[in-house]
Design a binder for this molecule. Structure first.
Ligand code: FEO
Ligand code: CA
Ligand code: CA
Length: 658
């Protein structure tokens, strides 16, 4: 999910913006947080700060053809840049199609009723495509680029856009109009989806009746594994052994693995819990506070005791994990892999190290949080898929410290090592992974500007960290790796592992680009000067490397024209730092899940929370089901906007952007 500059995204992002990191005095944001509801806060903060620096012009409704020649021969990308677009719908670079593949409410499982937005039910939703699609993974069948499985995360729900007449509900008003059925629908709209897809005559379609089709929700039975499985902090009345969990929530980005599984990452899980009045009496009150629990963003705690910490004090420990799912076995039990740590995971960018071990890079998306790395003890077995079944249960989790001289080091989160002892509240490795943030604090990890995706170039082995922004960082809190305070535009850090070894203790790093409008000196943006007036961006979030080693960056909270999009960003040669605009989202949406087929001929994108716009935005009034700022992608009177996955292909065939 994320962020905001706009809508409820703002809500989530706002929490992320608010931060739970203990250091630092209260800011104006904190003071506002006490007085405003969650979403208003997000909105006001994001837009206000951005507006203070950039007064965006309206986007043109036409495209502009930056020729390849003008792009410079060194650029790895070749396409005519998108100049902008009308805000009610999406736009893609000239010469490309962007077709809607599947939308919220479309059939996933046999027997799903036809989508009826005015009369939605939990039973229907549990068989239909969920809400707010985020991560997308493509898993080929028989190695094909025209036939495979798509795995998709459903991060959160927007009740004001999903339900007629409901409007926006929040904890301050006691979720007055929210019913048990609303909550049941929301829970069924969370989680993830597996669909089988095929490209025929150039167009992609979902295969009905596929044996792989699956919906995973906030109530799907899951298993805990790794150091926190069976830990005392994981035991509840429904699961006294601490080994099983009902559901996954707020799954943001993720990854696929070389052995064909799906890693789906729980992010802002704190927002689902109730019990603010009970926190002070909770035995782990400080731990809850460090993670922003309880958030009370949804009404779930009214109808489900497990989402109320006064009634089920350990339930929050069972969320905030990376979940591994085998999409090729629809009966497989998803597994929460606790060895990878508990925090607000963005994604799980990974690589098989040259010694055969599996390495996962992870961002904890909240202001002043950290960047993590997990290294498996054992080697990946590419010849025997089943041999990797427990690979993610044994390994070493580390956190990054960025030094001012361009060096960096990975600090191991291992019980008994350094300060991670019982004297500091870490009785065992279970405590270390459950309280990963506190462990990272003790080790002196660098407090970053909201780490989102972290991805590895398949060509150079360099690692790229998207730092989406941090309006709360003060000038006196800046450091070499987070050099702007405040930082409303974000930046991207490039990490070079020592000796090209992803298991090395040290690395070199530098900032690839400081984001924002290069035309405004005070912004301090550092895009390549060949970047066009429409090519720059802010708030980098999800990203992907294609098979050619080219970086594509999606934004969430972009101030360029006030719409989010997908940008192609050169990382090497004399075009390094050059950005070009490829796709723009409809109003209110962020772009998630960039995902290529292996042949590079299709790019799947997730358009999340279209129409999520709030008061004081460009449109007056809160965008709702009954009066949305867009009805994308159907544009049918009376029907609300629908989060959807689009498939982008070249009109004349061939590789994307090549
Ligand atoms: Fe859900 Fe950090 O984006
Ligand atoms: Ca994100
Ligand atoms: Ca974000």
């Amino acid at each position: 999910m994320d962020e905001p500059e706009r809508p409820r995204a703002l809500a989530f992002e706002s929490t992320e913006d608010r931060g739970s990191s203990p250091e630092g005095a209260p800011t104006i944001g904190d003071i506002m947080a006490a007085r405003l509801d969650r979403r208003a806060l997000c909105q006001g903060l994001g837009r206000g700060l951005a507006a203070a620096v950039v007064l965006g012009e309206p986007l043109a409704s036409t495209t502009r053809a930056d020729t390849s020649a003008a792009d410079g021969a060194a650029s790895a990308f070749r396409f005519a840049e998108l100049a902008g677009g009308a805000r009610e719908t999406h736009h893609v670079a000239p010469g490309y199609d962007a077709d809607v593949l599947i939308r919220w409410g479309d059939m996933v499982l046999d027997g799903a009723p036809q989508f009826d937005s005015a009369h939605q039910t939990a039973e229907a939703q549990s068989r239909q495509f969920g809400y707010n699609n985020d991560f997308i993974g493509y898993l080929p069948i028989d190695g094909r680029s025209d036939h495979g499985l798509l795995v998709v995360n459903h991060e959160y729900t927007n009740e004001e856009l999903m339900f007629p007449g409901l409007g926006r509900q929040d904890g301050r008003a006691g979720f007055a109009a929210t019913t048990a059925e609303h909550v049941a629908i929301e829970m069924a709209a969370h989680g993830g989806t597996v669909i089988e897809v095929r490209r025929e005559a150039g167009k992609w379609r979902v295969i009905d009746g596929s044996r792989y089709a699956r919906r995973i929700t906030a109530e799907t039975a899951m298993r805990l594994s790794g150091p926190a499985a069976g830990h005392r902090r994981m035991c509840t009345s429904a699961d006294p052994a601490g080994l099983t969990v009902q559901g996954m929530i707020n799954n943001c980005a993720g990854a696929t693995t070389p052995w064909g599984t799906w890693l789906t990452c729980e992010e802002n899980f704190n927002g689902y819990f109730w019990g603010k009045d009970a926190r002070a009496r909770h035995p782990d009150a400080d731990d809850l506070a460090r993670y922003g629990i309880p958030g009370e963003w949804f009404a779930w705690g009214r109808f489900h005791d497990r989402f109320d910490i006064a009634k089920e004090p350990n339930e929050p420990s069972r969320f905030g994990w990376v979940v591994e799912i085998d999409p090729f076995d629809p009966n497989s039990v998803p597994v929460k892999r606790t060895a990878l740590g508990r925090f607000k995971h963005e994604g799980a960018g990974n690589v098989v190290n040259r010694d055969g071990r599996f390495v996962v890079y992870q961002g904890d998306d909240e202001r002043f949080e950290h960047v993590y790395r997990f290294i498996s003890d054992d080697k990946v077995d590419l010849a025997d898929r089943g041999a990797n079944r427990d690979l993610l249960d044994h390994g070493t989790l580390s956190v990054a410290r960025f030094l001012p001289d361009g060096r960096g080091e990975w600090l191991a989160l291992v019980h008994g090592r350094g300060p991670l002892t019982a004297a500091n509240g870490f009785a065992d490795q279970g405590d270390v992974v459950i309280r990963a943030r506190q462990a990272a604090d003790l080790l002196g990890a660098t407090r970053m500007d909201r780490p989102e995706d972290v991805e590895v170039s398949p060509v150079t082995g360099k690692v790229y960290v998207m730092l989406t922004r941090n309006e709360r960082r003060k000038a006196e809190e800046t450091d070499a790796a987070n050099p702007r305070g405040p930082n409303p535009f974000g930046h991207i850090i490039e990490i070079v592992p020592d000796d090209g070894d992803h298991a090395a203790a040290g690395f070199r790093w530098e900032i690839l680009v400081r984001c924002g409008d290069p035309a405004i000196g005070a912004v301090g943006a550092t895009f390549n000067p060949s970047t066009s007036a429409r090519g720059w961006f802010s708030s980098p979030d999800n990203c992907v490397f294609d098979a050619l080693g080219r970086l594509w960056v999606a934004t969430d909270g972009n101030v360029q024209g006030a719409v989010d999009g997908l940008f192609a960003l050169d990382t090497d040669g004399n075009a390094r730092g050059r950005s070009r605009h490829f796709f723009s989202a409809p109003i209110g949406a962020e772009v998630c899940g960039p995902c290529f087929t292996p042949d590079l001929e299709t790019l799947f994108l997730a358009v999340q929370h279209p129409g999520q716009t709030e008061a004081e935005s460009l449109w007056q009034g809160i965008s709702t089901y009954d009066n949305p700022t867009t009805r994308w992608p159907d544009f049918v009177a009376g029907r609300p906007p629908r989060p959807a996955v689009v498939a982008i292909t070249r009109m004349n065939g061939g590789r994307i952007g090549a």
